[in-house]
Design a protein around this ligand. Structure first.
Ligand SMILES: [Zn+2]
Length: 130
């Protein structure tokens, strides 16, 4: 069996590009002159995402500031994973992100609570002085 034909153009790290070429191609999409940077970005994005099952790009961002919003998104992720429309690794990454968002939202609640406690304490101190 013969070795596959590769692009061979120099890459950023100085090594020869190892992209396998089709029968008629003289250079790969990364080093070809007819492909724009925008095309390359789109190809990279779609190429990466087409390898795994993801939710549609038009899926609305999760409402991470409310319990209802977090639960709604977790329900969507769980359903999508068990029905096979979302890759488990993507579901896991999304759930982890939601967990981090929940932690940040908790910190915001604690900060607000402390602010209110300080305000109440300040009002009490003010009353004592009168
Ligand atoms: Zn190349």
């Amino acid at each position: 069996m013969s070795e596959p034909r590769v692009c061979g153009k120099p890459t950023r790290n100085g090594k020869a590009c190892g992209q396998v070429l089709g029968d008629s191609a003289r250079e790969c999409i990364w080093h070809g002159t007819s492909v724009t940077d925008a095309d390359r970005s789109a190809i990279a994005r779609l190429g990466g995402l087409s390898q795994i099952r993801v939710l549609p790009a038009e899926t609305a961002p999760a409402d991470v500031f409310t319990a209802r919003g977090l639960l709604k998104r977790l329900q969507l992720i769980e359903h999508a994973v068990v029905t096979g429309t979302l890759a488990p690794e993507v579901g896991k990454a999304a759930a982890y992100t939601l967990s981090v968002a929940k932690g940040v939202a908790e910190l915001m609640v604690h900060a607000r609570l402390r602010e209110l406690e300080e305000r109440v304490d300040g009002q009490r101190a003010g009353r004592v002085r009168v």
